[in-house]
Write a protein that binds this ligand. Structure first.
Ligand code: PLP
Length: 404
């Protein structure tokens, strides 16, 4: 709500600080100590590796710049997405009725609750994982809805039995994310789909890390059929194309059809050259296999280096994040940084490694830090050299001098 002049009024929405902006001060201190080229940024999950050359060539040569692109995606785009779903997960979807484009998946995650609420004004609740990518909860806020976190069950995925029946009756959507950012855990997607069908709650399954599944084959919620479920996929991670903004959603034809219609009115379109490039990327799996090897090598290397410095961490079941528990010796209260912030500070100032405090992903993440292995191995080796002989289980002494 705003006053006539557009100024905020009490109770009106005020966007919180963007999580990574909160790392700015710590980044500055790390740069002061290690120099701008000495800091190794593993805080944000942004790919650093090259996309396939053929994809970049398609981006520059599609000839699609002059006309408006279609909002649902060209037949080639939807066809490539459907073919990829068939190849990767063995599922069949109708590219004309059950698949549509989104402009990367963040905007889709952030806007879907708002659109679902317009259609079902009697519902006002978004269910999402208690420790998760922050945009599920932000999507609820932007829709003026209740964001209700669902606790994780041991082993990964939502503790479905813990969902209050009243929250379920009011739910517009249950979001799941498998493999999960930040924890790397896998969700039993069949059970979640069954719960959604039983409770008449649409389940949206964010599967943008599916091809980086380490424990078993990649899984999609669509393997349990399309009824009441939508899978959300991105080219950002699989093909190192976060900069071009391409994704798609696929599943229940009523949900896909409704969202496709409303998104068309809202003017959401993947640019034509990007659609052409995405088609090439979706038809190729070899570059994804190479990327899997890179991430796997980096995960193993950095887990070893952190463990040797007093931060033992298990390898994830999927994804390219290490979800590192904060040692009990770190402060949990007091005037200085606590919990994940204390570990983030120790890594930044002792090793020049930037990581994210776990509370970026919800209060239940406060006892962790997230390390994205999005830097080449030689940069991670630099971190490991700095870590040799260092103990990360104690907070940084306030007088830590610059490295010079
Ligand atoms: C779980 C999850 N979903 C969605 C996204 C958004 O990715 P994009 O908008 O690039 O498709 C991210 C990005 O980090 C993510 O971690």
């Amino acid at each position: 709500m705003t006053s006539a002049g557009g100024a905020p009024v009490p109770g009106g929405f005020s966007p919180p600080p963007y999580p990574y902006e909160r790392l700015r001060a710590l980044t500055g201190r790390a740069v002061a100590r290690f120099g701008p080229d000495g800091v190794v940024d593993c805080s944000i999950g942004t790919p650093c590796d090259p996309p396939p050359a053929a994809v970049l060539a398609a981006l520059a040569s599609s000839g699609s710049e002059r006309g408006y692109p279609t909002s649902p995606g060209s037949p080639a785009y939807r066809g490539a997405a459907a073919a990829w779903l068939g190849r990767r997960f063995g599922v069949t979807v109708d590219p004309d009725l059950e698949v549509a484009a989104c402009v990367g998946t963040k905007e889709f995650v952030a806007s879907t609750a708002q659109y679902l609420r317009l259609r079902s004004p009697g519902r006002d609740t978004v269910l999402y994982p208690a420790v998760s990518y922050p945009t599920y909860a932000m999507g609820a806020e932007l829709a003026g809805c209740r964001a209700v976190p669902v606790d994780e069950r041991a082993g990964g995925g939502p503790d479905l039995a813990s969902i209050d029946p009243d929250d379920a009756a009011r739910a517009l959507v249950l979001w799941v994310n498998s493999p999960a950012n930040p924890s790397g855990q896998l969700t039993p997607l069949d059970a979640v789909a069954a719960w959604g069908r039983d409770h008449r709650v649409p389940v949206f399954s964010d599967e943008c890390y599916a091809e980086f599944t380490w424990d078993g084959p990649p899984r999609s919620i669509l393997e349990s059929g399309t009824d009441g479920v939508v899978a959300v996929h991105s080219l950002s991670k699989r093909s190192n194309l976060a900069g071009v903004r391409a994704g798609f959603y696929a599943g229940d034809r009523d949900l896909v059809g409704y969202l496709l219609d409303v998104r068309r009115h809202a003017g959401l379109m993947v640019p034509g050259p990007v659609q052409a490039a995405a088609v090439v990327a979706l038809h190729d799996d070899a570059h994804v296999d190479a990327q899997r090897r890179r991430y796997r090598d980096r995960l193993e290397f950095l887990a070893g280096a952190l463990g040797a410095a007093g931060l033992p961490v298990a390898l994830p079941a999927g994804g390219f994040y290490l979800w590192v528990p904060v040692p009990a010796s770190m402060p949990s209260s007091g005037p200085g940084p606590v919990g994940g912030w204390a570990v983030a500070e120790a890594l930044a100032l002792r090793a020049g490694l930037l990581v994210s405090p776990g509370e970026f992903y919800g209060p239940a993440g406060a006892g962790f830090v997230r390390v994205a292995v999005v830097q080449p191995l030689d940069r991670l080796e630099q971190v490991a050299e700095r870590l040799a002989g260092i103990d990360l289980t104690t907070p940084v002494e306030p007088s830590l001098p610059p490295t010079g």
